[in-house]
Design a protein around this ligand. Structure first.
Ligand SMILES: [Zn+2]
Length: 182
């Protein structure tokens, strides 16, 4: 019960500190996170919740990741549209953080956006990701999506997605690690 109160308080606090778009994003994804998950994914999420936040130095990340992964995950880079691994991937399975292995998105919420990047309308659960205000693009405020466990950059979220959330998580394949569910 205390946890629920804390969550509500936290959501409220975050919503107050964010621009209007992010407040809408918070409420919509909180709903999306309530969707039923299959047992295997549920177990993975419980396991992920027990693991601590991953903190590494940039030297360690550089050693662990390929130059392409490092550019996207740690330098907030964007890979080219269409010429990436998962844009047209229609297989069933889970997309994990390419840096720390945190389960982030499921093929169940993937949709064809036509943008050239893998697109989803919701994360597996809201707590798996972090939304951060991004002002790096002149004259535009965007919402960046980070992995909640290691803080790596995964992509952005926009409010022109399909139902039921109306959100479009525009992600980089290079930031993800897909494992097929047979
Ligand atoms: Zn991560």
């Amino acid at each position: 019960m205390i946890q629920i109160f804390l969550l509500i308080a936290l959501l409220h606090l975050t919503a107050c500190n964010q621009p209007e778009t992010s407040a809408a994003f918070m409420s919509a994804t909180a709903l999306a996170g309530d969707e039923p998950l299959d047992q295997e994914l549920e177990a993975e999420l419980s396991e992920a919740a027990l693991q601590d936040t991953v903190v590494k130095t940039e030297v360690e990340w550089r050693r662990q990741l390929t130059p392409e992964q490092y550019y996207v995950l740690r330098q907030e880079g964007t890979e080219p549209p269409f010429k990436n691994k998962y844009n047209s991937n229609k297989k069933k399975g889970t997309y994990y953080c390419g840096a720390c292995g945190n389960p982030l998105f499921s093929s169940a919420t993937k949709f064809e956006s036509g943008t050239g990047w893998p697109s989803f309308y919701a994360p597996i659960a809201r707590k798996q990701i972090k939304a951060v205000e991004d002002r790096s693009f002149p004259g535009e405020v965007r919402t960046e999506v980070e992995c909640a466990r290691c803080g790596s950059h995964i992509g952005h979220v926009f409010e022109d997605g399909p139902k039921p959330t109306g959100l479009r998580y525009c992600l980089n394949s290079a930031a993800l690690d897909f494992r097929e569910k047979k």
